[in-house]
Design a protein around this ligand. Structure first.
Ligand code: PMP
Length: 442
């Protein structure tokens, strides 16, 4: 009899006894490759001895102080490191919270605070995109373009205006558009029209993932899209929030996914891989000018939580960051990412039910379709993603499932996002195990 409130109640969950590198071991002695780094968290692998050692050293002196009364060396140090790496996108203030949802909440609330401090009180409405995921607390869930997740809580959520998330596979040659080129213009037009209809003075901000994470895995926006969004938002006084909880901190081959299209957001969130799975740690970064607005105004953040800037949690981020630098992890992400991309394409591109493979760095999405010629998805009742994820687990591979990104709640994508320290033979094993899973389902 367990007293734990398990998250999935369909069948008993395997008990993981330990992890090492990219592998997990359960109590029956079964071994798995962690193809999704848990929930894209374990960026440097399980039980990474060097990371654990430096984390251990960093928590010896102090593990908690009240962030309103004191500052602390760990938080100052990690803020400096992360801001230095964000020079290209111009962020120079960084705060720490615990989860990705909280980082998103903090960014949204800070954006609203900035408008109020500037005397632009009418700027209340936020815009997000569909499909998208920004978290599960009420403001972050409100921002998420995920009708299924919101269904039971609609009475408590605030309204977000919605834009279409660019996704090349669906955008090209779909039934409603005959375009053969993936262009930014239709998406930018949609934003301009939205602003005109709501009235720019009523809009506080726009939140988006610069590269889509779980919703349309690793899907890149069309060239010029992010710069275009930035330009339109700036011209209309709308603050931009880059949610990099999943795609930040090296997953795409750069510290910040916003770097890929030289996007300069007003706020940026990090989580997941930032803590490598050691403690709950997320971050919100912003520009000096916004910090100055608050310093010259109310002089206090309107968002406060008990574990903000907590030195014990931040220690995990320092240990992870220092390992990234010392072991050139970003270089590995690009090299092994390319290698695994080629292997996956040669193994799956010609499969009857693989419609599209998206990739950047060590983030992959494989869209499964019923009919490749017209890109039509399987009806969701066929539970294709669930079956594939289950079969992969049987063959010793964890995957991240995503469903419902197509019309009517259909759509199956399986995601891979292995630890960023993956090597070639482990990449080969992932492909072999995934092939076994496909064979068993199809
Ligand atoms: N934003 C994005 C882009 C995410 O992918 C997630 C988690 N999947 C969150 C926010 C929420 O993070 P958390 O689950 O840590 O609250």
């Amino acid at each position: 009899m367990s007293n734990l409130l398990h998250r999935s109640l369909k069948e008993p969950l395997p008990l993981i006894e330990h992890g090492m590198g990219v592998r997990l071991y359960d109590s029956n002695g079964k071994e798995y490759i962690d193809g999704s780094s848990g929930a894209f968290v374990v960026s440097l692998g399980h039980s990474n001895a060097e990371v654990l050692k430096s984390y251990n050293e960093l928590i010896q002196k102090i593990t908690y102080v009240n962030g309103t009364q004191f500052t602390n060396e760990n938080a100052e140090d990690l803020a400096k490191k992360l801001c230095e790496k964000s020079k290209k996108i111009g962020l120079n203030r960084c705060g720490f919270i615990s989860s990705g949802s909280e980082a998103v909440e903090a960014a949204l609330k800070l954006a609203r605070q900035i408008h109020i401090e500037r005397g632009e009180k009418s700027r209340k409405i936020f815009i997000s995109r569909t499909p998208s995921y920004h978290g599960n607390t009420l403001f972050a869930l409100s921002a998420s373009g995920r009708p299924g997740y919101k269904k039971n809580f609609s009475d408590y959520l605030v309204h977000f205006e919605s834009l279409t998330t660019p996704y090349e596979y669906v955008a090209l040659n779909n039934i409603t558009s005959n375009s053969k080129t993936y262009l930014a213009e239709p998406y930018l037009d949609e934003l301009s029209k939205k602003i005109a209809s709501i009235g720019k003075d009523n809009i506080a901000g726009l939140i988006l993932e610069p590269i889509s994470g779980s919703s349309v895995a690793g899907a890149l926006p069309p060239s010029g899209y992010l710069k275009g969004i930035e330009k339109i938002c700036k011209a209309n006084g709308i603050l931009t929030i880059a949610d990099e909880v999943l795609v930040g901190m090296g997953r795409t081959g750069t510290y910040y996914a916003s770097e890929h299209d030289s996007f300069n957001p007003d706020f940026l969130t990090l989580g997941k891989g930032l803590n490598g799975g050691l403690t709950a740690l997320s971050a919100v970064l912003t520009r000096e000018e916004h910090f100055e607005t608050i310093r010259n105004g109310s002089k206090k953040l309107d968002h406060a939580q008990t574990f903000m800037h907590c030195p014990g949690s931040v220690a995990a981020g320092i240990a992870v960051f220092d390992y990234f630098e010392k072991h050139l992890v970003l270089k590995n992400v690009i090299q092994i990412g390319d290698y695994l991309n080629q292997k996956l394409r040669s193994a799956f591109e010609n499969h009857d039910h693989v419609g599209f493979i998206s990739n950047i760095g060590l983030l992959f999405g494989i869209e499964i379709v019923e009919n490749k010629s017209n890109k039509s998805p399987f009806p969701i009742e066929r539970k294709i993603t669930e079956k594939l994820t289950h079969a992969a687990l049987e063959s010793g591979l964890t995957l991240w499932p995503n469903t419902g990104h197509r019309e009517n709640g259909d759509g199956d994508i399986i995601l891979l996002g292995p630890p960023l320290v993956l090597n070639r033979s482990e990449a080969d094993e992932i492909v072999t195990r995934l092939l076994l899973a496909f064979d068993s389902v199809f």
